[in-house]
Structure formats: structure tokens, C-alpha cells
Design a binder for this molecule. Structure first.
Ligand code: E4P
Length: 218
């Protein structure tokens, strides 16, 4: 299972990349707006730090402009994945970009029917938003299970299931149990995944007992 980081904050990305556990990055216009930085410069900088796919989202909603934006974003670095919304125009742009070999992440997926269309359009990634479904009283992880089951019936589908809008480690565990290809994690969720009070307590005891030995390994 691949882990992407869901942020446009370059300081966070550098810090978490150092763990060696980050396979890629997803951004969206809201995350970019939070940084207050220039979008194109930010994507270029992230692509230098992370060798895996870095999703950069188009801003337009019409096909022609989306395509032009996607082509421009794809030129920033070879590891850019152009992110398009799950709309008729977005999927048309997905098809056009994918046909030319540009990786595309189709975002804002909230149903299995939408995920089927994205696969037909040649998406590299489909991004179902589990947290936002949970927020409205639906079960986001049920959608992931449905998409994985459907895609598994068609070996020619190469689209990877990228679990998005992740709210905590429990979403990641559930996604891993289902065999999702990727989860994109807010930095806080990746940090939470390391944490367990018994790890901290156990380590404190080991450190204290080791000090009593008066020894040094090096
Ligand atoms: C995915 O690519 C999106 O950027 C993201 O996961 C959205 O998450 P949110 O629902 O927490 O905004």
C-alpha cells in the first residue's frame, strides 16, 4: 500500500519525506490557498522533494481550459499527476491527458458509478473521499469496498484506488484490509499512526534500564 501526503505545505512534506514512508503527495486548491504561496512554484518544489506522483489540480471547470491547464501542470515535472474533478468535462480532460501518457488523478468521487466512469476515462487514480461521506451520515469505507470489488472484476482496469479525505488511522487500517492501492494522509494522521502510549511507556523503561547497565553499544 502506498502512502501519499495530503498537503501543499512544503515544510511538512520535507519533514515527513525524511521518514522514507512517503510515496507521493496530493494537493487541492483549498490546501494551496492555505499556504498563501504561488501554486506553480509550490508544485515544482514538491516534485523536487518527492520522486513519486504529486497531484496538481486544475482550476477551470470547462474542458478546453482544463486541458490547457493540465498540459501546463504536466510540464512542471515528470512526476506531476494532473488532478481533475469528476464531472463530464473533467473525465473528458482525463481521457485526453491519459491518452497522451499524462497520469491523471480523478478527484471528488462519491459513488461507485463515478468510479466506473473514471476507470473508463483512463484515470491513473480514482480519489473517493471517505471522510466527507462519513460527515453526511454515509459510510465512506463501503464505497472503497465497492470500487475495489468492481475494479477487481476487470483485469484491464489499471486505475488505482486512492483513498482520500482520510480522517484518522482507522480509515487507513480499513483501507489496508481492503487492499486499497493508496491512502493520502493529512500529516497529522501519519503522525498518529506512529503513536501508541505503550510504545512510549515501554521505550522509557528500556532507556532507563539500559542506563543502569553503564554500557555503550558504540
Ligand atoms: C484528496 O486528494 C483531497 O485533497 C483530500 O483528501 C480532501 O480531504 P478533506 O475532505 O479532508 O478536505
Amino acid at each position: 500500500m502506498k502512502f501519499f501526503i495530503d498537503t501543499a505545505d512544503i515544510a511538512e512534506i520535507r519533514e515527513l519525506a525524511a521518514t522514507g514512508l512517503v510515496d507521493g503527495v496530493t494537493t487541492n486548491p483549498s490546501l494551496v490557498a492555505k499556504t498563501g504561496r504561488n501554486f506553480l512554484d509550490t508544485i515544482a518544489e514538491i516534485c523536487d522533494v518527492i520522486p513519486g506522483h504529486v497531484s496538481a489540480e486544475v482550476a477551470a471547470t470547462d474542458f478546453d481550459t482544463m486541458l490547457k491547464e493540465g498540459e501546463k501542470l504536466a510540464k512542471i515535472a515528470p512526476n506531476v499527476a494532473v488532478k481533475v474533478p469528476l464531472t463530464p468535462a473533467g473525465l473528458k480532460a482525463c481521457k485526453a491527458l491519459s491518452d497522451k501518457g499524462t497520469p491523471v488523478n480523478v478527484t471528488l468521487c462519491f459513488s461507485a458509478a463515478q468510479a466506473i466512469l473514471a476507470a473508463k476515462a483512463g484515470a491513473t487514480y480514482i480519489s473517493p473521499f471517505v471522510g466527507r461521506l462519513d460527515d453526511i451520515g454515509e459510510n465512506g469505507m463501503n464505497l472503497i469496498a465497492d470500487i475495489i470489488e468492481i475494479y477487481a472484476s476487470y483485469p484491464d482496469i489499471r486505475t488505482q484506488v486512492l483513498v482520500a479525505s482520510v480522517r484518522g488511522p482507522q480509515h487507513v487500517i480499513a483501507a489496508a484490509k481492503m487492499g486499497a492501492d493508496v491512502a493520502t494522509l493529512p500529516p497529522s494522521v501519519l503522525r498518529q499512526m506512529f503513536a501508541h502510549p505503550l510504545t512510549d511507556k515501554g521505550l522509557a523503561a528500556f532507556v532507563a534500564d539500559w542506563a543502569k547497565t553503564g554500557q555503550s553499544i558504540l
